[in-house]
Ligand binder design. Structure first.
Ligand code: HEM
Length: 138
């Protein structure tokens, strides 16, 4: 029973974290296209607030995941593959923090097209991870 509650909380925080992982790079797309200073300042504020909200959600998602893994001895090739993708996702999250600091300092050098492609990375990771945990193909 406890295991299932932990899994439910794991999923709740994963979903919430992903809302931010999808929206923040979308704000970067708008920011890279914004020309006036007022829009740029507003977007920088939205990005900072969103990132500050996303980070504890990520910690909770990862915390509940680790509890499921280590507390109940879950194992398998699928889990190793998943953890590798989770490491990429954590790097992506931290890189978003660097990008928003660059934007805030007026140091962005990338085009809105670059951010559109960048925006797709968490989508691909979500597909792969959900298939790995549900299908457990290996
Ligand atoms: C430190 C990182 C993580 C660890 C150690 C971890 C570990 C686990 C474990 C042990 C389970 C239970 C699997 C089972 O009962 O069969 C689970 C379930 C799940 N995890 Fe994670 N997880 C982590 C991060 C993530 C992330 C980032 C995502 C999404 C991209 C995710 C998505 C899911 C989903 C959807 C389930 C439910 C699968 C089911 O229906 O049984 N996890 N996780």
């Amino acid at each position: 029973m406890t295991y299932l509650y932990l899994k439910a909380f794991h999923i709740i925080f994963v979903v919430s974290w992903f809302a931010g992982l999808f929206y923040l790079p979308r704000l970067f797309v708008n920011h890279a296209m914004a020309e006036d200073e007022a829009s740029q300042a507003r977007l920088a504020l939205m990005e900072r607030k969103l990132f500050r909200f996303m980070t504890p959600l990520a910690v909770l998602a990862l915390g509940f995941g680790s509890w499921l893994w280590l507390g109940y001895g879950v194992s398998g090739g699928w889990l190793h593959a998943k953890l590798t993708l989770v490491a990429v996702l954590i790097a992506y999250h931290l890189y978003c923090g660097k990008l928003l600091r660059d934007f805030a300092a007026g140091r962005n050098v990338r085009s809105h097209r670059w951010y559109r492609v960048f925006n797709e990375i968490p989508v691909l990771i979500l597909f792969a991870v959900v298939i790995l945990v549900v299908v457990k193909p290996f």
